[in-house]
Design a protein around this ligand. Structure first.
Ligand code: ZN
Length: 457
């Protein structure tokens, strides 16, 4: 679809019909990003006070918490936020109803998100919050030269039921996106996908790292040039983007690669600017950084967010289970908080029987080192099979092996023998029901006997 038509005759009326002021907020966020940090902080302070008072007055969960803390719901101030406990994904699952505020019918929509805990979370979101989330994303995609209506090739999961397919088909049409299924990734599918990308010439490509890498590698191997397809940006999300994969994608698509960080519950949290700094979507989210250093990253902090807009299900002090490394103000001039890195999903930690913990980054470094040594690995996954054993699943490349054995030796040596590593060559890495691939499948912390099961993220 022509981008102008898609933007003005399809997407814009659709947002209007749904009562979602995406375009009004987008114009505002294009301004606020340039505000000085102090002015953005003041905006956030007002937002926190407002959502805090609303949550205390309108939800059973926060009403109780505020009273237990000896606070008066009517006079709550921003500083009182810190007196509330952190909110976890499990709270969302177990206390979903008590977190909801009454809203008039039609003022909200449901959002289902996969959880790293293996449990899907259903969340009610009001129209304004949904619009705010989309506006922040469009504001940031503009950094890459992408706007609403621009054609998108989306490498993503494919809904499995007819009803869901119809629904997502309509959403894809409204947003001018062409969907490439995570579940059909055989050689002939990849060939078909190339023909589709070459013919439709998407302005941008969006999707899971693992899918984009597999597609890009296929195109490079087969000598299928993508550069002439006119892709302006590649945006990756939801999985770890290693420096090696970033370089590979940039090479294959002939376009810059940007990594998005967020989650279904609060939407996008961080986007990379043109200078590579990760910026907070500060108009929508207030963040608290709880110091949580690692040996490699002494500045690292746990990321805890408060959604400033979702009045249907207020999320205050929501613990995302990830760490960030703060960065100095960015030379791009935006007042949005800056971060150098984000890493470490809660479940990415492998704990051995003596209580030693190995972070997901640890495994990622070994994988990157293997690639830097020229030991070809197409794909890898680290699966903890019991407390002291790891299975390294490898999709070896045609250029020959050696990578698995090298990584197994390195992992055993670097963990001082705490982990026995068995290498298993596989044809492909199994996807989660969502379509995503997990780089590390660890056993739950503190209870290494219980196996990981169910969908993730
Ligand atoms: Zn910047």
């Amino acid at each position: 679809m022509n981008p102008w038509i898609a933007r003005n005759l399809v997407y814009r009326p659709a947002t209007w019909l749904r009562g979602e002021p995406v375009f009004r907020l987008l114009r505002r966020y294009e301004q606020t990003q340039w505000w000085p940090a102090a002015r953005i902080a003041a905006l956030q302070e007002d937002g926190v006070r407002s959502i805090l008072r609303h949550a205390a007055a309108s939800t059973a969960h926060y009403g109780d918490l505020v009273r237990e803390a000896g606070l008066d719901p009517a006079t709550l101030e921003t500083k009182d936020l810190a007196r509330l406990p952190l909110l976890t994904k499990l709270d969302l699952v177990e206390r979903g109803g008590r977190l909801q505020a009454p809203m008039r019918p039609g003022a909200t929509s449901w959002k289902t998100t996969g959880g790293s805990t293996g449990v899907a979370v259903r969340l009610r979101k009001d129209r304004f919050a949904t619009a705010a989330e989309q506006a922040a994303s469009w504001r940031s995609y503009a950094w890459y030269g992408i706007g609403p209506g621009d054609r998108q090739a989306r490498f993503w999961g494919m809904p499995q039921t007819t009803k869901a397919r119809l629904r997502f088909g309509a959403i894809d049409f409204i947003l001018n996106r062409d969907r490439f299924s995570a579940f059909a990734f055989r050689r002939e599918d990849l060939g078909r996908y190339y023909a589709r990308v070459a013919a439709t010439r998407p302005a941008w490509v969006y999707g899971y790292v693992s899918m984009l890498v597999q597609f890009a590698r296929h195109c490079l191997d087969e000598g299928l040039a993508l550069a002439h397809a006119g892709v302006r940006a590649v945006v990756t999300t939801s999985e770890v983007l290693t420096p090696g994969d970033r370089a590979l994608l940039a090479d294959a698509f002939g376009a810059p690669v940007y990594d998005e960080y967020g989650c279904g519950e609060v939407g996008a949290v961080l986007y990379e600017c043109e200078r590579g700094t990760k910026h907070l979507m500060a108009e929508n989210l207030f963040v608290e950084l709880l110091p949580d250093p690692t040996p490699e990253e002494p500045e690292a902090a746990r990321l805890v967010v408060t959604d400033l807009h979702n009045r249907a299900t207020p999320l205050l002090r929501y613990d995302l289970g990830d760490r960030v490394v703060p960065a100095p103000p960015c030379a791009c001039g935006r007042g949005l908080a800056s971060f150098a890195r984000v890493f470490g999903r809660a479940y990415d930690v492998v704990e051995t029987s003596d209580g030693t913990r190995y972070h997901g980054e640890f495994f990622l470094y070994v994988l990157e080192e293997a690639r830097e040594r020229g030991l070809a690995v197409r794909q890898a996954q680290f699966v903890q099979t019991d407390a002291d054993a790891l299975e390294l699943r490898i999709v070896a490349s045609a250029e020959g092996g050696g990578a698995g054995a090298w990584m197994a030796r390195e992992l055993e040596a670097r963990t001082a023998g705490r982990l026995r590593v068995a290498v298993r060559e596989v044809g492909s890495i199994e996807r989660e029901p969502s379509g995503k691939i997990r780089l590390i499948r660890a056993l739950p912390l503190g209870n290494p006997a219980r196996p990981v099961s169910g969908p993730a993220r």
